[in-house]
Design a protein around this ligand. Structure first.
Ligand code: ASP
Length: 348
């Protein structure tokens, strides 16, 4: 579904100078609704407007002055690249305007980690940008959206969140956009930052960071969505598994993709049949990035495959979906050789 025209809502109950937070709503389960309040799996995502989401959070107006915009109303599984461009442009414009102190984005959980990482690499501001979501639709018993939204606004309003890159506030925890991964199909505690854990927590109005973000982000990267919004380099993902064939790689090469991310087994190992097809793709000028389907840990360069010899790039700790985001941005910035791409994967 295409991004829709934005509408704005304003909430503030107090004359004292509260932080000004823009809430950009995109849909997702947090804006989902089911006919039955016991229903937490069969529902329609992205049907409840941002006004209602805000109205379900008593006390929000005491935390921040809110300006809300309905940027889209989609199920995030259907995230179009055009909406990434709209969102990134809107976040940058709001933060640069001087009218807001931080941005909160309500999003579906399915592709949240991809949007969050894209913004982490491309937003050009030190002001807080915080994504949140929900696992239960707004109509559900014990819906998790309202508390998650309060947590996200509380984090975005906190000076401690400045300069930390894009953050995700979910189920009381604060994660870095780079590290967060959806790890449960149903549980309310659906996100983790594998191996390294959350950055901190938010509860009852308190925001506490336990550690900072080490890798460069936002203004510390050369990437921007403005430069790729017209035409995103096509990058697809293939997986390695028992009995894997070269059919998908051959089809992607024939379709003219610019890059392929392989979700390898273990430490990024690749079935021999698939690996030779990927090595041939490199010779045709296609960037190949080796990641892992395991879900945590890193892929070591020249470990489970001879990257130097075959012209592959190692994704390090990025999962296949995040590696695809970084590869698209890197290709759009004009880098396509493995020797240029590997330092980018090592750095960001
Ligand atoms: N399919 C939904 C979405 O990503 C799932 C969710 O939000 O939890 O929009």
């Amino acid at each position: 579904m295409a991004p829709m025209a934005t509408s704005t809502t304003s909430i503030s109950s107090s004359p004292r100078a509260l932080p000004r937070i823009a809430v950009l709503a995109t849909g997702g389960t947090i804006a989902g609704s089911a006919a039955d309040s016991a229903q937490t799996a069969g529902y329609q995502a992205g049907v409840v407007g941002v006004d209602k989401l805000l109205a379900a959070v008593p006390g929000l107006a005491n935390v921040a002055h809110i300006e809300a915009e309905q940027v889209a109303s989609i199920d995030s599984k259907d995230m179009p690249l055009a909406l990434w461009a709209t969102l990134a442009g809107r976040v940058d414009a709001l933060l640069a305007s001087g009218d807001v102190d931080g941005v909160v984005i309500t999003h579906g959980t399915d592709t949240l980690e991809e949007t969050a990482y894209l913004l982490h690499l491309t937003v050009k501001s030190a002001k807080p940008v915080v994504l949140t979501a929900a696992m239960r639709p707004s109509s559900a018993l014990s819906a998790d959206g309202p508390l998650n939204l309060l947590g996200a606004v509380t984090v975005a309003a906190s000076p401690a969140a400045r300069g930390q890159g894009v953050l995700v506030a979910f189920n009381n925890r604060i994660h870095s956009a780079r590290d967060i991964v959806k790890t449960s199909t149903y549980a309310v505690d659906a996100f983790q930052s594998p191996e390294i854990g959350a950055l901190g927590w938010v509860q009852d109005g308190r925001v506490e960071f336990q550690r900072g973000v080490v890798r460069p982000h936002t203004s510390g990267t050369p990437f921007s969505v403005g430069s790729v919004a017209v035409e995103w380099p096509v990058v697809d993902i293939v997986a390695s598994y028992a009995g894997a064939s070269r059919v998908m790689v051959d089809a992607l090469v024939a379709a003219g993709v610019r890059g392929i991310v392989v979700a390898g087994t273990g430490n990024g190992s690749i079935h021999a049949t698939l690996q030779s097809a990927l090595a041939e793709a490199v010779k045709k000028g296609i960037a190949v990035v080796r990641s892992s389907r395991v879900g945590s840990g890193h892929v070591m360069r020249n470990g489970a495959a001879p990257d130097d010899a075959l012209g592959f790039v190692s994704a390090g700790t990025l999962n296949p979906y995040k590696a695809r985001v970084l590869l698209m941005l890197a290709l759009a910035s004009g880098k396509s050789a493995a020797a240029e791409l590997q330092p980018i994967f090592d750095q960001y």
